[in-house]
Ligand binder design. Structure first.
Ligand code: 13P
Length: 260
């Protein structure tokens, strides 16, 4: 049984004050809520230390939304894996579609980021996903194959323990157009099969693959119950404390059902 993850990617939202209020509420609720699933939030990088502070003593993990692959140097505006170590942050998101498409990150840079984070023993949530026209033209599997092959270049079998994959179809991000559970399950099964063919059955069975793209309270159950979906990476709905808590609760119910 793979431990599911309910993750929130806040992107560039919330002031510090709003962030602290959210974590006060989440932390005090979480203390009294027994959960098997992992809770992981990627707030804006600027607030990482405050969020780590706020969640100390809680079973809530905090990560950054992006890093640069060099350790230190003249790279204005960037942060690095050793800096994460220095503040006690263990998680990073890599290859989000907004990084790929707005900031023109390519597979090679994404791969360098993954290798750098692995060198510094971080846990990585590595995002992949096709654009709408790529799906319409029948290239979904080709796009996923390329993103996996190049993104995970030189990543060894043992390192795969540190990597969670997030399947986020670009056409479903922030659009309200969620993938149907069947479409999402098919893509997840394809990714798991790719891991089996390119690593091993062991890696494929252990790897956690999250779905992201317009996940909401109303649709999370149908997605999370799918056999190859091991959690969610939630944008908009993770910004609202009540919605995020509801999704965590539903995730817990689904995990119990899958366990039986
Ligand atoms: P939405 O849930 O807002 O569609 O965002 C998904 C996402 O990009 C998470 O990384």
């Amino acid at each position: 049984m793979r431990r599911m993850i309910i993750a929130g990617n806040w992107k560039m939202y919330k002031t510090l004050e709003e962030t602290l209020v959210f974590f006060d509420e989440l932390s005090s609720w979480e203390k009294d809520f027994r959960h098997e699933n992992q809770i992981l939030i990627f707030p804006p990088n600027l607030y990482t230390m405050s969020c780590l502070e706020k969640t100390r003593g809680n079973d809530i993990d905090i990560g950054v939304q992006n890093i640069y692959f060099k350790d230190f140097g003249a790279y204005t505006g960037e942060i690095s894996p050793p800096m994460l170590t220095s503040i006690g942050c263990k998680y990073a998101l890599v290859g989000h579609s907004e990084r790929r498409h707005i900031f023109a990150e390519n597979d090679e840079e994404i791969n360098r980021k993954i290798l750098s984070l692995l060198k510094h023993k971080k846990h990585i949530v590595f995002c992949v996903g096709e654009k709408e026209n790529e799906r319409e033209d029948g290239y979904t599997e080709q796009v996923l194959t390329n993103q996996l092959r190049y993104g995970l270049g030189d990543v060894g079998e043992k390192d795969m323990q540190q990597i969670t994959i997030a399947y986020e179809p670009v056409w479903a991000i922030g659009t309200g157009k969620t993938a149907t559970p069947e479409i999402a399950q098919d893509a997840h099964a394809f990714i798991r099969n790719w891991l089996k063919d390119n690593y091993s059955s062991h890696v494929a069975n252990k790897a956690r693959i999250l779905y992201g793209g317009s996940v909401k309270v109303a649709n999370c159950e149908g997605l999370l119950i799918q056999p190859d979906i091991d959690g969610a990476l939630i944008g908009g709905a993770s910004l609202k404390i009540n919605d995020f808590i509801e999704i965590i609760k539903k995730g817990e119910e689904v995990a119990n059902r899958k366990d039986q």
